[in-house]
Each structure stands twice: as C-alpha cells, then as structure tokens.
Ligand binder design. Structure first.
Ligand SMILES: [Zn+2]
Length: 139
C-alpha cells in the first residue's frame, strides 16, 4: 500500500517545494502573524496580504501519542509510531512524527527539522535537538 499523498495545488505548493529543498516555510501576513497549513487569508486578522517565509526548522515538542494500531495499511510496517504536535519557533504548529525512541520524548523538548522522503514526497519530520552530533568536535 502506498503512502497517502497530500493534495498539492497552487496554494500549498511553496510549502512542499521548500521541503524538497530541505527546509520549512511558513506563511506570514503583513501584520506579522504566521501560520500553517497554507491558507489564502491570515487566520488571525483575515489579511490577504500573505507571503512565504523560510522558517528556522527549530521548535519544541508539545505533545505526542504512540500508535500501536495502524489506521491506514501503509503504516502497518511502522508500528509502533508516534504522531507529535510540534510548535515551531515562528509560532505555527505541525502534526508530524519525531524520529527518536518514544521513551526519549518529553514535553517541551527542543526539536529540529528532519526532512524525510516517502517515495517522491519530502515530509517535515523532526528529531530531538539533543540527538544531533555536536556542531564542533574537539580533535
Ligand atoms: Zn494576520
């Protein structure tokens, strides 16, 4: 069974294209509100003056659940897997997966974008920031 595909159209194509290039973008209005998923109008002030803006890819883990039952056949081989709510530093929240052992997850943990491919689709997943190797190693 194939991984379920999102509907990609004019409105949300910049989001998916950015992930293919390895980063995350959010929409922002002329009043400074930021959001995901893509919409024609700002959900806070209804402005239609919107633009896409590159996000840091950093955020925090708000909550998660671990699925032990697959509700789509494509996910059976992944059990158990988590579905996590991540709040980006820019504000928008994403439903995603955190690619770390479930027993290491904790609320408020810092997470970092980890683009993963499902076939030809690039997805925004995350990993615990503390899982990353140190940026500078002493030798
Ligand atoms: Zn707004």
């Amino acid at each position: 069974m194939d991984f379920p595909k999102p509907e990609i159209g004019e409105l949300n194509r910049p989001y998916w294209d950015a992930l293919r290039e390895g980063h995350l973008v959010v929409q922002r209005c002329d009043q400074g509100h930021a959001w995901l998923p893509a919409r024609r109008h700002c959900p806070a002030c209804l402005s239609d003056q919107t633009r896409w803006e590159r996000a840091s890819g950093e955020g925090r883990l708000l909550s998660w659940v671990v699925y032990h039952q697959a509700y789509h056949p494509a996910f059976e081989s992944r059990l158990p897997y988590n579905v996590a709510l991540v709040e980006l530093d820019e504000g928008p929240r994403l439903l995603t997966n955190v690619a770390d052992a479930h027993d290491r997850l904790r609320a408020e943990a810092r997470v970092r974008l980890k683009v993963e491919w499902e076939g030809d689709l690039a997805l925004a997943r995350f990993r615990l920031a503390e899982s990353d190797p140190p940026r500078s190693e002493s030798s």
